[in-house]
Design a protein around this ligand. Sequence first.
Ligand code: HSE
Length: 317
Amino acid sequence: MSKRPRPWIEAFAPATISNLGPGFDCLGLAIRGAGDRVRVRRQDAPGVVIRAITGDRGRLPTDPEENTASAVLLEMIRRFAPGAGLELELDKGLPLGSGLGSSGASACAALVAGDAALGLGLGHTQLVDLAREGERLACGTAHPDNVAPSIVGGVVLIPNLEPLRLISLPSPKDMWIAVYTPGCEVATADARRVLPREVPLGATVRQAARLGLLVHALHQGDLTLVGEAIVDELVEPARAHLIPGFAEAKAAAQEAGAIACSISGAGPTTFALAGSEERATALLDILDEAFANHGVAGKGWVDQVGPGARVTSSLLH
Ligand code: HSE
């Protein structure tokens, strides 16, 4: 009797903008227009095999222990389905080292596809907890602020790690985001190495106050107040020099009326907020010009807050 072929299950996980000014390592949002895709199917042999990776120009590791997508599946199997086997294909839509939560999106897409393939029915908190292990592998710290919004969607605050707690926050409907990835890379580990080990009390108090203000502003749907709150005195100043042209791009965006402008995650992607698609498009041109003037022209688009990782299809091929 011939065995019925098992279906490939495909999942998509979105890119994310984390930190959002004062929310270093504890706040992030999912965007609609970019992300990674992973296809997973069960195999008889235990463990995880990577069958194909596309879109990475051959740069990502194919050893299942080393790749964030497969490593988190190995952890999923270890915790929830001992002895199970999966094969996977990864299609990178996101550039590496971009500050858009690229390694996290691969892990989240893999977990959502793996969860469906194994019929586990895990909840968001369990999936985010697994996805954090991919971040630990990618950069040495299991920060949750990319993988939480990539799994859950929308804006997510992570007030606690042990136990992991995820709080979904609303966002203003009229919030448009100019997202610009300059033509350079910043490794998250490097961007974390430049951070101060100790921070002044006054600046820490002001940062905490702005994080509170940001949560309030999001609940109010008040975009102007959101902009007031997205100011980062602790992390952005320590990292700005890693991104050629960032200071000038930010100044130009602010001059042109950006509601806020800051580094996305560890950078170099820079985001600017506006109250309409037209204004966000104008900000994109301004960011493009500033980064091009510094020899790091890249790619940008206008986006909005979007949904989290989801199964997109189940295919026999
Ligand atoms: N919160 C992390 C950081 C995000 O800024 O280092 C890294 O993608």
